[in-house]
Design a protein around this ligand. Sequence first.
Ligand SMILES: NC(=O)c1ccc[n+]([C@@H]2O[C@H](COP(=O)([O-])OP(=O)(O)OC[C@H]3O[C@@H](n4cnc5c(N)ncnc54)[C@H](O)[C@@H]3O)[C@@H](O)[C@H]2O)c1
Ligand SMILES: O=c1ccn([C@@H]2O[C@H](COP(=O)(O)OP(=O)(O)O[C@H]3O[C@H](CO)[C@H](O)[C@H](O)[C@H]3O)[C@@H](O)[C@H]2O)c(=O)[nH]1
Length: 330
Amino acid sequence: MKLLVVGGAGYIGSHTVRQLRAAGHRVVVLDNLSSGHAEALPDDVELIKADLLDFPSVKAALEAHQPDAVIHFAALIEVGESMRAPARYYRNNVVGSLNLLQAIVETRKVPLVFSSTAAVYGTTDAVPIPETAALQPESVYGETKLMTERMIHAFHTAHGLPYTVLRYFNVCGAAAAGDIGEAHPSQSHLIELACMTALGQREKMLIFGEDYDTPDGTCIRDYVHVQDLADAHVLAVEALHAGQADAATYNVGLGHGFSVKQVLDAVDAVVGTPLEREIAPRRAGDPPRLVADATKIVQDLGFSPQFTDLQEIVQTAWNWHKGHPHGFEK
Ligand SMILES: NC(=O)c1ccc[n+]([C@@H]2O[C@H](COP(=O)([O-])OP(=O)(O)OC[C@H]3O[C@@H](n4cnc5c(N)ncnc54)[C@H](O)[C@@H]3O)[C@@H](O)[C@H]2O)c1
Ligand SMILES: O=c1ccn([C@@H]2O[C@H](COP(=O)(O)OP(=O)(O)O[C@H]3O[C@H](CO)[C@H](O)[C@H](O)[C@H]3O)[C@@H](O)[C@H]2O)c(=O)[nH]1
């Protein structure tokens, strides 16, 4: 297949580009490089520098490259920032996605794989969370992802657009080769921040809330390795191309969770010295517990995560950060 990967220069996108090529597919990336890195892409992958908010450029890219399917990663992704700057999030994530959908149906109406998030569930009594759980996001970020899921479904109903939505839980780790990894400009993710702290770039780790209704009082998340997640995209796009799993939504996670303190313990063990920790107030928009019921993607697509050990996952992140203390900057 020839694939257009939108947001493919970002963290998850660049790992997925690599897995798609390993599976024998051709790839073109469209990205505005607002948080992505051209250096994260193989030299021979074409990068179209364009913004989803620029509809003519998006449509021109689809017309020029005639992809067999589109994978859509492009978004602003920070829960905390989304609560402070809602307009940016609604514009970029919802209007940007609407432009992409419109451009797809005006050109080749090819299948779409979309990056959604566990943040669409918000606080729920269901643990683990099945895809059928109530959708009640607690952050603007989660709202923008749910709105986009609903737009995609409406385009499916109205125009027959085939799609797969993947709701990722907490994505982490780096390529086993250690040459690409997480390099988000404003760094808000727990494992990334802990690695920066271990490198001496931050003084200490703040734990956002120790008074949640969880065994150690800190939030629980389901940490899925980025390489396993990339494999999930390969499975999803190949199934869509084969005419299977049309209009499906899947959780992508391991099915078990770790608390903030357990993650920091794993980082301490991998790094070899304990990081300084401080208990801080809760962060707005954080649900106490998000763990995937990933049965459906295992059954339908044969998803089979390779990274299930927390220390092993953290080790891949640490290898990347240690070797690239300033990300892709030289
Ligand atoms: N990282 C996680 O833990 C996580 C969890 C759940 C869902 N997701 C979703 O996965 C996707 C990828 O996340 P990531 O961690 O790789 O983030 P990222 O910031 O590394 O990647 C996003 C990419 O999209 C590009 N982009 C953003 N807005 C754009 C626009 N308007 N036009 C063109 N390109 C644009 C950025 O430059 C970047 O390369 C996002 O949609 C995010 O919501 C991420
Ligand atoms: O310095 C920090 C950073 C994070 N945390 C805590 O660690 C947990 C994980 O936080 P992250 O920022 O790493 O990830 P989130 O759970 O907030 O969000 C991530 O996973 C979500 C789904 O679970 C969304 O998909 C979202 O895009 C993605 O950023 C949260 O309880 C957070 O409060 C801290 O205690 N201290």
